[in-house]
Design a protein around this ligand. Structure first.
Ligand code: FES
Length: 117
């Protein structure tokens, strides 16, 4: 069975400013908490991506993991996630991580967090 993954659409989200764009240059990442969600934001070759900083294997942080292209490797047991979508690319993670839209507005990085329903 194919794993479902969840990439939130911008229209579902409220955008929260998290940093100046110049503070996260290409190759860098930012770990932060928005509300009660731990988030990691990556700048990969000038494009920003954000996923929840929580491995679905045992809920450990993944934000410090090694990045290979667009693939983040969980530092604990090696699950792999596509930071563009949150999709699992390799086990043992059983499910994808949420991926949040990112925009740059007035020089600030803004992460889209799903609105509470
Ligand atoms: S905690 Fe990430 S693979 Fe186990």
């Amino acid at each position: 069975m194919a794993l479902e993954y969840r990439r939130y659409k911008p229209e579902e989200c409220e955008f929260v400013p998290v940093a100046l764009a110049e503070e996260v240059p290409p190759g860098e990442r930012l770990l932060l908490t928005i509300g009660d969600i731990d988030v990691v934001v990556f700048n990969i070759a000038g494009q920003y991506f954000a996923i929840e900083d929580r491995c679905t294997h045992d809920d450990a942080p993944i934000g410090d993991g090694e990045l290979e292209g667009y693939t983040l490797v969980c530092p604990r047991h090696g699950a792999r996630f596509d930071v563009r979508t949150g999709q699992v690319l390799a086990p043992p993670a059983p499910a994808p991580v949420p991926a949040f839209p990112v925009q740059v507005h007035d020089g600030r990085i803004e992460v889209g967090i799903p609105r509470q329903k």
